[in-house]
Design a protein. Structure first.
Length: 318
């Protein structure tokens, strides 16, 4: 059986796979032209795929997607919806660093770290600039859009800081530990009106695309902060930039944007109190090891005819 590796995790990982599964033929192919040649007779692909590569993979039965949010795959390869290729993803492997990133952003704003760094660069000791401008997290309120794996990890950290956490989710559930309430999406507007921190951890689906539109951003209390770590296209970025320029929104941190890479002429770059990271919140040292482990486990299961972990629901988008 042939397995094509389209995501480069290093030569040592290829060697590990060949040692663990000597009966399989592993073919690294990290460029599209090479992938087009290799996938024709491949049964399994690990990594990423473009539409031309997918169409050339006539014998493909299983794609293990190396990330979590697979909306771009389904968007770019509509044939996925009508075919019988199973897709699994690396759910849960990104949770820890992404939740940490949320709090890196929140603490940065709460303690005015960007301004402190500016003063340091300018060799300025400017105590009056910060008087009565530091935010204590305890007692503030956080709203989380989607109480999935990442949302729960964010909530755990928030509770440790004394933040009151509320969430909305499409699935009914009991509030996890540290969460005051998980409401249906119909109560999203109510949540927006009360929170100091809005954290977007939802996948991008038909339901969530454009969900935090201009009207909903206007519901946020003055000075509220917005943090996006899951997917762009959920928050109206033009309206967000306008809110930052007007000073109505206190700050924003975007690790994901609607268009990636973010174009150089995007107004987001120069919006005040904006922190932009190039979709890197999950890129920890430990992430790669967890990505490897989930694929190895699923490959064992695939060969044994057992149920795979993290099978993606292409219609629901998660």
């Amino acid at each position: 059986m042939k397995v094509v590796l389209t995501y480069d995790m290093g030569e040592s990982f290829v060697e590990e796979l060949q040692t663990t599964f000597p009966e399989l033929d592993f073919c690294p192919a990290y460029g599209e032209a090479e992938q087009m040649q290799e996938v024709a007779d491949a049964e399994v692909v690990f990594g990423l795929m473009t539409r031309p590569v997918f169409l050339a993979a006539e014998k493909l039965k299983w794609l293990h997607y190396v990330g979590i949010g697979f909306d771009s795959v389904v968007r770019n390869i509509p044939e996925f919806r009508t075919g019988d290729v199973v897709m699994t993803n690396a759910r849960q492997t990104h949770v820890v660093p992404m939740a940490d990133h949320v709090f890196a952003a929140i603490l940065s704003y709460a303690h005015r770290i960007p301004e402190l760094l500016e003063d340091q660069r300018n060799h300025q000791w400017n105590t009056p600039r910060y008087v009565q401008r530091i935010i204590e997290l305890a007692g503030t309120k956080m709203g989380v859009l989607a109480m999935g794996d990442i949302g729960r990890a964010v909530a755990t950290r928030a509770a440790a800081f004394g933040i009151k956490v509320y969430a909305v989710d499409i699935l009914p559930m009991e509030p996890p530990p540290g969460v005051c309430a998980v409401w249906p999406v119909e109560r999203l507007d109510e949540m927006l009106e009360m929170v100091d921190w809005l954290v977007i951890t939802a996948p991008r689906t038909k339901a969530t695309t454009g969900m935090i539109n201009r009207q909903r951003l206007a519901l946020l209390k003055e000075g509220a902060f917005v943090v996006v770590v899951s997917r762009g296209g959920i928050v109206d970025e033009e309206a967000l930039a306008e809110g930052l320029h007007a000073g109505r929104i206190g700050g924003a941190a975007l690790d994901a944007t609607e268009v990636e890479p973010l174009p150089p002429d995007s107004p987001l770059w120069d919006a005040p109190n904006m922190l932009i990271s190039p979709h890197t919140s999950a890129e920890s040292v430990q992430l790669i090891e967890r990505r490897k482990a989930i694929f190895v486990e699923n490959l064992h299961r695939y060969l044994a005819g057992e149920a795979l972990l993290n099978v993606c629901d292409l219609e629901k988008g998660y």
